[in-house]
Each structure stands twice: as structure tokens, then as C-alpha cells.
Write a new protein. Structure first.
Ligand code: FAD
Length: 351
């Protein structure tokens, strides 16, 4: 493999039912930074599906300079084999230096298969990506390579943070969880170069047949998109006591979320869990109420704009990441806070 032949930063632009997933736009935001650090002019999005070319404009608005479209009936709904084939053939033809994939259900299936097919490495569930030297500091007897993709992720159950590189193979592949990277502000009317690519599909016995698609229906709030999250931990004490958090969320037009201890206790569904094995969130305001601030929890919320912690233990680690902290009993503080916000809002309406 001649590494020099591989150029440019690519992202897999996930779409479902001809609608781009947010992760595609988030990856474009990061890809632009990486491309700038590599002095690369172009960011490329790879769009697979059937009748999806119309999505190229939105990708352009969010930073794609070029969109490679593979449009084929075989790609109508996600299936492992045709998608793996299409993305692997795009890599063989266009030789990207870096390829980013969302750590969604689709990306977690697709990314590793593609990396194996093109014989390169993949770092899963990255929380940080940057360009730098590898090894990070010079080591005797080992060549230090420059301008490598440094992929950082929690390791050993979140007890340490590992920075991983792929210096000898290309592309350098990473999956990134939704909510970790930031989209750029859209550049309305931007256009990308659209390139159509046909890898040819030959059905084999790995092509599954989709008999029926059953859409998940849930009444649970989507915490990843919430602007205000009122998050409760084991300190809330019981599922019934979450009522005081719901009241606070209601006056703030926010959403209730929780720590893993709460899910493990069966107090709230898994969809509301924030953290390493839950969702990554980035609201404007994050209330951490009765949450100790374990590293696995903090990994999912530390990028929130403002963090407000309420905890009776002044030494709780959550205060290390909080912008504002209140030490005391949540059973007294939360209802009082709700009451005062209600009064302030009522006074504002009257004025
Ligand atoms: P606790 O740690 O028990 O903290 C409760 C807090 O409430 C304490 O700080 C206490 O002082 C405070 N408190 C108690 N009563 C009151 C009161 N009346 N008023 C005010 N404060 C009070 N955790 C996650 O959250 N998300 C994850 O995704 C996640 N993934 C994990 C992955 C792995 C591999 C592992 C090993 C662990 C993971 N965890 C995760 C678990 C994590 O390590 C912690 O165990 C968990 O976050 C603790 O939840 P908690 O803060 O609600 O509970």
C-alpha cells in the first residue's frame, strides 16, 4: 500500500428514508477542521442510497465540497453487504486519507466491515479527533510520523483515555458517536461537486432480503436534541421523586434525563441515559441533580454549554465540571428553584 496515494478527508453521509441523519452534518463539521490541518482543500461526503442525489445540496451547505453518490435500488434500505461493497469500492477508487463514519446502529455495522474489506484499521466510538505526531512523543527506535489522525476514545470501561493512530494503513478510519462533534452554521445556497459512481452490484448469498420494516414507536423524549436537560441520579431516591425534576423541566420547557444508576434501578428507560454507554448530549443548560459525576457520566455531558450541579456532597466530582454548583438537599432545592422560576416568569408576563 502506497500511503502517499491516499488524499482527502471523507465522511459517510448516513441517510435513512432519504433523510440525512444529523451525524452526517456533525462529521462534516469535524472533517473541515481536519482537512484544514492537513492543508487539504476538499471535504468529500459519500452518499449511498436510492434517489438520494437531492441530498447533496444540504451536505454542501454543511461543508461538503464534493459528494460522491452511489445511487442504486440495492441501496434503498440499509443492508450490510451492498453498503459494504459500495463504500469499499468508493475507497478503492478515490483513496481517502481519512474516512469518518457515525457510531450509529448503521455505522457500527458498516464501519468495521468496510475497514476489514479494504484492510485498514478502525477506531470505534471516538470522542476527539485531531491531526498530530505519532507516537505523541519521539521514542527511540521508532519513526515518529507527522500529520497522522489521532483518535481518542475511552478505554478499559472508561477508566482511561486512549489515543490511537493508524500510521501504516489507509484510510485512517474512525467512528464517532452522535452529538460529539459540532455542525458548522449552514452556508445557504452552497453547492458541491456531485460525482456519480457505480460500483456494480453482484448479488451473493450475503445479500439479505428485507421482508418487513417495523418502525420503532416510542413516547420517550429525544434527549440528544434537547436544549435544556434536567438530569437526575441515584440521589433522587425513587422513581416517584422524579416528579420534582419533571416540574422543574416543565417550567423551563426542558426534558428529563438521567444517569445509568437510575436506568439500572429501573426508574427510567435506557433512552434517557446520559453517558458513555448512554447518549452524548450537548444542551445549552444541563442540570445534574443527585448525580455524583462519575467519569462515564461526565463523558456524555461535559460539552454542555452551562452545567448546574445540585448535590449534598460538596466533594462530589460533578462540581469539577459544573459552571454553577449548589451544595444541599435536592428535595429542598429543586422545588424551591421551580417555585422561584415560576414566580419570576409570572412577574415578567405581568410587566
Ligand atoms: P451515585 O454515584 O450513587 O451518586 C449519587 C449522588 O447523589 C451522590 O453524589 C450523592 O451525594 C448525591 N445525593 C444523594 N442524596 C442526595 C440528596 N438528597 N440531595 C442532593 N444530592 C444527593 N453512568 C452513567 O451515568 N452513564 C453511563 O453511560 C455510564 N456508563 C458506564 C459504563 C461503564 C463501562 C461503567 C463501568 C460504568 C458506567 N456508568 C455510567 C456508571 C458510573 O460509573 C456511575 O456508577 C453512575 O454514573 C453513578 O450514577 P449516579 O451519579 O446517579 O449515582
Amino acid at each position: 500500500m502506497s500511503l502517499e496515494e491516499y488524499k482527502g478527508v471523507f465522511i459517510f453521509a448516513q441517510q435513512v428514508d432519504n433523510e440525512l441523519s444529523n451525524i452526517a452534518l456533525e462529521l462534516l463539521g469535524k472533517a473541515k477542521d481536519l482537512a484544514a490541518d492537513l492543508d487539504e482543500k476538499k471535504v468529500t461526503a459519500v452518499l449511498l442510497g436510492e434517489n438520494v442525489e437531492n441530498l447533496a445540496d444540504k451536505l454542501a451547505e454543511y461543508g461538503a465540497d464534493r459528494v460522491i453518490v452511489v445511487d442504486d435500488p440495492e441501496l434503498k434500505d440499509y443492508r450490510t453487504e451492498p453498503y459494504t461493497h459500495a463504500l469499499a469500492e468508493v475507497i478503492k477508487e478515490y483513496k481517502p486519507e481519512i474516512l469518518l463514519v457515525g457510531a450509529t446502529a448503521i455505522g457500527r455495522d458498516l464501519g468495521p466491515r468496510v475497514s476489514s474489506r479494504v484492510h485498514t484499521g478502525l477506531t470505534a466510538d471516538c470522542t476527539q479527533l485531531e491531526i498530530g505526531d505519532f507516537p505523541l512523543t519521539p521514542m527511540p527506535g521508532q519513526e515518529q510520523k507527522h500529520k497522522q489522525l489521532l483518535m481518542t476514545r475511552p478505554a478499559f470501561g472508561g477508566n482511561t483515555i486512549a489515543t490511537i493512530a493508524c500510521p501504516n494503513f489507509r484510510p485512517q478510519m474512525a467512528t464517532v458517536r452522535p452529538g460529539v462533534m459540532q455542525k458548522i452554521a449552514p452556508n445557504k445556497g452552497a453547492k458541491a461537486e456531485v460525482v456519480k459512481f457505480n460500483p456494480g452490484f453482484t448479488k451473493n448469498n450475503c445479500y439479505t432480503e428485507i421482508l418487513k420494516i417495523v418502525k420503532e414507536t416510542t413516547n420517550v423524549a429525544n434527549i440528544a436534541d434537547a436544549k435544556i436537560l434536567v438530569s437526575g441520579g441515584r440521589g433522587v431516591g425513587s422513581p416517584e421523586n422524579f416528579k420534582i425534576l419533571e416540574d422543574l423541566a416543565e417550567v423551563l420547557h426542558g426534558t428529563v434525563s438521567c444517569s445509568r444508576a437510575v436506568v439500572d434501578n429501573g426508574w427510567k428507560p435506557k433512552e434517557l441515559q446520559v453517558g458513555q454507554t448512554g447518549q452524548t448530549v450537548r444542551p445549552h443548560v444541563y442540570f445534574a441533580i443527585g448525580i455524583s459525576g462519575a467519569i462515564q457520566h461526565v463523558a456524555g455531558m461535559e460539552e454542555s454549554d452551562i452545567i448546574i450541579a445540585i448535590n449534598k456532597d460538596e466533594n462530589a466530582p460533578i462540581f469539577d465540571v459544573a459552571d454553577y454548583g449548589v451544595v444541599g438537599d435536592l428535595n429542598k432545592i429543586v422545588p424551591e428553584l421551580t417555585k422561584q422560576i415560576k414566580e419570576a416568569l409570572a412577574a415578567k408576563t405581568e410587566a
